[in-house]
Design a protein around this ligand. Structure first.
Ligand code: ADP
Ligand code: MG
Length: 724
């Protein structure tokens, strides 16, 4: 089949109807998770109590409870046709890891029976030596183990019972994303509770919440399979812009093609059955780009759910003849994909901490947390950026569509005014809800409802949107934990410092509200001057201004990772108990290694495709042109009628020459980089190689415009990008 057959085939594909269970969504919502309802139904009283103590009180799971829970879980799972079990974990690779074991065992009478006990539930030792670990296991202990995280409910994927676990080394170092995230959840709670108690003594826990918005592209699988770059790297390494792409803004929120709707519907049903509260689906800005978002939830669970959804997307897309691209920048010249992380804090008494309160003290509590979050982001702005940096996200950040590679915060008019006002008025001035006492000049007021009318600024990486902050710089393929762990830890540290400052004010005999406001004022002043920025983040002026303000403007990804081992970061992460210094060092090794491998793979694919796909097509066309020219010469005796052919020939010669020189020098650069012993230095060398991609791409994209359309071997952007 040639390219045209593939295009025709993709154009003619009909929608595959979605399989939607009968009844209401609420009838089947969560049927494949072992949630509280199932626990109550399937566990004996003692096991249930033991498990709830683990979940709520953070106690370790003892063997007896584990056995009891496993018994009930097995009964439940077998009703759903489960035959296998796996510990499901999140190593430092993309995606999740699982190793399935069948439930069968010999029954001692010559047959087999299904078994599942507390030991299998609680702990396993996957052969972990091939997961990235940054040298931790090589140096210290060869094995790692996975242990059930009872705060993440067990779920069923097809025939397999999946047990969400942490993954750690025998010496206790985290080898995954979940462990540090869980530590950061505890850290921010421990640091926030004493401050909440100043407002409400009954608070005993603070939750962190995440609502992710997953952007993605769909491409037809036939066309996808005709492009080695998409298959191997998840993005197109070449491709001339389509004449029409997103300039008409006709895709954003446009009507969704039926083939895509059917895919979305199947995805939603699968998510709902797994208790994932998928809520929003829509077209995004770029052609073939879509977004999906659930109702937010506790961050550990929400992140597990994001991982599950990313996995489901790929499986379900195939049924509909699509492949999902989670890459941050699959196509040049149109928007890339991010994953906005909507983040907030709330108490176990049900009070949101990043939304206005019911009275002046409630509002003061809101402002307290609001300002401290800004202070944390300000202090660790470089680290926040490092937390979302990757080889793939680098293509998106700083492009004129996604947040710039500078972490600032957008507050909107209302909150900017409130903060400025607070600096002017005496510290005892109550922060009122607007309108309660009529129009009152000189007082500090917050509009009662402003979630829906907060301003938007798409250029800001960290924006306040009424009851939460939206961290927009996270990449679409990322595990949210990287960003969420860093944010939680930074906020925890800031809250610890803030509590010390408030206690100092209280010790001098001030009333609570005055003490808090006096401790807040210098912080407010500082965040307004430094991290808060409501302007256009895309401009050159902002880059200069940000540098002047002392915000980090680094764009080199391997260099960004160095932030994690700088003294201020080590101090912050160790004080909050989120990472040890050894873990930070090990993780950086993994990040540099991953960066190197990604760029290396892309570079290899690029060179091979240039030499094996592109140049041959160009030479074929060249040979045809040469034949025509030779024929013309024979017929007319001169080349007077061959101006166009000669021009094309000269262009082709020039582009082909350019490609072959650049491909060769890229190969040489790789060879030289591979010889560098030190992983960081090697990553820097690979960064240079990544920077040279556009130079090799340019002549290839130019050739695409010259070579006979029929001879071009790769599906073009215009063919890939418009699902009908
Ligand atoms: P938009 O595109 O306008 O930002 P969406 O509806 O696409 O909004 O996504 C917003 C996300 O933020 C949803 O997942 C939503 O549940 C989540 N969210 C709303 N309120 C909060 C909150 N207080 N904390 C965390 N996430 C929240
Ligand atoms: Mg959003």
């Amino acid at each position: 089949m040639d390219r045209f057959d593939l295009v025709k085939e993709s154009f003619e594909k009909k929608e595959v109807p979605a399989e939607v269970p009968k009844g209401k969504t609420s009838d089947y919502f969560g049927e494949l998770v072992f949630d509280r309802k199932m626990m109550c139904k399937y566990l004996d009283a003692e096991s249930l109590q033991g498990l709830l103590d683990c979940i709520e009180g953070g106690h370790a799971l003892d063997r007896k409870t584990a056995d009891g829970v496993a018994r009930g879980m097995k009964d439940w799972a077998m009703k759903h046709g489960v035959t296998h079990v796996t510990h499901w974990f999140q190593p430092l690779t993309e995606g999740t890891a699982e190793k399935h074991d069948s439930l069968i065992d010999y029954d001692g009478k010559g047959g087999v029976i299904e078994t599942f006990d507390g030991k299998m539930l609680a702990q396993q030792e996957p052969d972990a030596s091939s997961f990235p670990n940054g040298g931790i296991r090589a140096t210290f202990e060869a094995r790692g183990y996975t242990a059930w995280d009872p705060t993440s409910p067990v779920f069923i994927l097809e025939d397999t019972l999946c047990i969400p676990t942490i993954f750690i080394s025998y010496t206790g170092e985290a080898l995954d994303y979940k462990t540090p995230l869980k530590r950061s959840i505890k850290a921010v709670s421990d640091a926030a509770v004493p401050i909440c108690k100043l407002f409400d003594p009954s608070v005993s826990k603070v939750y962190s919440y995440l609502g992710w918005e997953q952007e993605y592209f769909l491409v037809d699988e036939s066309l996808y399979s005709a492009r080695a770059d998409l298959m191997i790297t998840g993005r197109t390494l070449f491709g001339h812009n389509s004449s029409k792409n997103q300039q008409l803004d006709d895709h954003y929120f446009g009507s969704i093609p039926p083939r895509v709707t059917a895919f979305m519907r199947d995805l939603e049903v699968a998510g709902h059955r797994l208790g994932i509260p998928l809520k929003t689906r829509h077209n995004e800005v770029a052609p073939n780009q879509f977004e999906l978002a659930p109702i937010y939830g506790e961050v550990n669970l929400a992140n597990d759910q994001n991982q599950i959804v990313m996995n489901l997307m790929n499986r379900i897309a195939r049924k509909h003849g699509f492949v999902v691209l989670l890459h941050e920048k699959p196509f040049d010249g149109i928007n890339g994909s991010g994953k906005h992380n909507n983040w907030s804090l709330g108490t176990d008494t049900g009070t949101p901490l990043l939304a206005p309160g019911k009275d002046a003290m409630g509002n003061l509590q809101f402002v307290t947390f609001f300002v401290n979050v800004l202070a944390a982001v300000q202090k660790h702005n470089a680290l926040m950026k490092a937390s979302i940096a990757s080889a793939t996200n680098a293509h998106r950040l700083g492009a004129n569509e996604a947040p710039p590679a500078i972490v600032s915060a957008f507050l909107g008019r209302t909150m900017t005014d409130v903060l400025r006002k607070l600096l002017e008025v005496p510290s005892e001035t109550p922060i009122d809800i607007a309108g309660k006492k009529g129009k009152s000049l000189g007082l500090v007021e917050i509009p009662e409802i402003f979630v829906d009318n907060t301003d938007r600024n798409r250029t800001s990486p960290f924006a306040f949107t009424g009851n939460r902050f939206e961290f927009r710089a996270v990449g679409s393929s990322a595990n949210c934990s990287g960003a969420m762990t860093t944010l939680n830890a930074a906020v925890a540290e800031q809250l610890l410092d803030f509590k010390v400052a408030v206690d100092r004010e209280l010790a001098s005999g001030k009333k609570t509200n005055v003490a808090i406001m006096d401790a807040l004022k210098p912080i407010i002043k500082s965040v307004i001057d430094v991290v808060c920025f409501d302007g256009n983040g895309y401009t050159e002026e902002w880059k200069a201004e940000a540098a002047r303000r002392g915000l980090d403007v680094e764009t080199n990804v391997p260099k960004m990772f160095c932030e994690f081992t700088k003294p201020s970061a080590v101090e912050m992460f160790t004080r909050t108990g989120v990472y040890t210094e050894k873990e930070l060092q090990a993780r950086n090794e993994v990040k540099w290694e991953t960066y190197i491998k990604k760029v290396q793979i892309e570079s290899r694919v690029m060179v091979r495709m240039a030499l094996n796909h592109i140049i041959p097509a160009a030479l074929e066309y060249k040979s045809r042109l040469l034949k025509e020219v030779a024929l013309a010469k024979e017929v007319y005796g001169n080349l007077d009628n061959c101006a166009t052919e000669m021009k094309f020939l000269s262009d082709i010669n020039q582009f082909v020459e350019d490609i072959s020189v650049k491909a060769e020098s890229m190969r040489e650069a790789r060879k030289a980089a591979n010889k560098i012993e030190n992983v960081y230095e090697r990553a820097l060398a690979y960064h240079e190689i990544a920077e040279s991609f556009p130079a090799l791409r340019r002549p290839i994209d130019k050739l695409e415009e010259v070579v006979d359309n029929k001879l071009w071997p790769l599906p073009k952007y215009r063919e890939l990008l418009f699902i009908n």
